[in-house]
Ligand binder design. Structure first.
Ligand SMILES: C[S@@+](CC[C@H](N)C(=O)[O-])C[C@H]1O[C@@H](n2cnc3c(N)ncnc32)[C@H](O)[C@@H]1O
Length: 381
């Protein structure tokens, strides 16, 4: 078994979820054409070194903070220069003995991507977790991406959560990384394919291939990027309009609570919607006070939650997609379905609910039209 030398707490703290070999292979297919005899390859979070193959490059470097992992990696090969060190501290080419500044450098691997605030506290004192100030971030994976920029890598091919790119706040946290790199290819895979992930809601991971480019990339570039999926389909964020164009996802301080106010749980992304409730009857710090002129859109989200199974996993970190024009045609069915699940809403809508069978048929039509080729792809959510 992968990372077998670590107990649960160390695995969490180190973000040690080793990569299934089929994904290592996919990453290599992306970088292979760019390797020549002048190239240096580095994986700064190499675990047992599974990403460190030889395709004729001149120099190969593996690094990990985990001493036991490096010991195993050393037994697997003698063609790699290994370092047992914290890859996020005092980051420089010199630290890894990269021959000279003009060496073509390719980073490959699957860095840890845990939130530093979720580390299992009483254990972390044994590990040097210092992170250079200029690459510090709450999320270790974001710091790793920024560290590759510090190394001035020419190409980077790593796995990381898709949310780093598609959530605008994360995208902003990448800072100078996005100013200096451009995504040139990206394959979407599910975290559910990692053996250790069974307990969690799967989230989308991208095998991302970046090229150093002084023009960098902005968020619009990501919005219109054609991500590839392993079933050889494409996914593009701008193929959809999202619910955020119509209602706010978060509570606002200005919202007044009245006797007949209606409440909705804070919305984050589709994976959160999957776990959370929608309409709720009591107010708390996590509830939105519904603007009743937009109640239809809240009904939409409520119905959407029951239809998430129709979407492939890579929608997990997106907002709820909507086709507003189509929704207006099918609104009656959405409201009927929302009332069926939350009978107390009936007084707030001026409609006669449709019977269940008819509603289900109509909603099925709406979702098939909304999702088109994305509907019920064979991917496990
Ligand atoms: C997701 S695993 C990937 C291992 C290997 N590349 C693979 O995919 O099979 C992340 C690795 O990062 C290492 N790691 C965590 N923090 C690190 C740090 N600050 N510096 C170097 N390595 C680190 C962990 O020990 C773990 O081996």
């Amino acid at each position: 078994m992968s990372q077998a030398h670590l107990d649960y707490e160390d695995r969490v703290n180190l973000g040690s979820y080793y990569t299934p070999l089929k994904f290592v292979q996919l990453a290599w297919e992306l970088i292979e054409p760019y390797i020549d005899s002048q190239t240096t390859i580095i994986d700064t979070a190499c675990g047992y070194g599974d990403f460190l193959k030889n395709y004729g490059q001149s120099y190969t470097i593996g690094c990990d903070i985990d001493e036991d992992a490096i010991d195993v990696a050393k037994k697997n090969t003698n063609k790699v220069q290994f370092f047992r060190t914290n890859a996020l501290h005092n980051v420089s080419r010199k630290k890894f003995g990269i021959p000279h500044q003009h060496t073509k450098l390719i980073v490959v691997g699957n860095p840890p991507y845990n939130d530093r605030t979720s580390l299992i506290r009483h254990k972390i004192k044994q590990i040097d977790f210092e992170v250079d100030e200029d690459i510090a971030s709450r999320d270790l994976g974001i710091s790793f991406l920024r560290s590759y920029n510090k190394l001035e890598a020419d190409f980077i091919c790593v796995l990381h959560p898709l949310s780093y790119l598609i959530k605008q706040t994360n995208f902003r946290h990448l800072k100078e990384f996005t100013a200096n790199y451009k995504l040139i290819d990206g394959i979407l895979i599910s975290s559910g394919e990692f053996p250790e992930s069974a307990k969690h809601t799967p989230f989308p991971i991208i095998i991302a291939f970046y090229q150093r480019d002084i023009k960098g990339m902005d968020y619009d570039y990501i919005r219109s990027f054609q991500f590839r999926t392993v079933e050889k389909k494409c996914f593009c964020l701008s193929d959809f309009d999202y619910i955020t164009s119509y209602i706010s996802k978060y509570p606002s301080k200005k919202q007044q609570i009245l006797d007949d106010s209606l409440f909705f749980w804070t919305m984050r992304d589709i994976n959160a919607l999957k776990r959370n409730r929608t309409f709720i009857q009591n107010h708390s710090s996590n509830t939105i006070v519904i603007d009743k002129t937009k109640l239809d859109y809240y009904a939409y989200v409520d119905v959407f939650k029951r239809n998430i199974y129709r979407l492939p996993f890579y929608f997990g970190n997106c907002d709820v997609p909507i086709d507003d024009k189509l929704f207006k045609q099918y609104k009656h069915c959405f409201i009927s379905d929302a009332i069926r699940h939350h009978p107390y809403l009936e007084n707030h809508f001026q409609i006669e609910p449709m019977e269940k069978e008819k509603t289900d048929i109509e909603l099925d039509k709406y979702f098939r039209l909304l999702l088109g080729r994305y509907h019920n792809c064979n991917t496990v959510f």
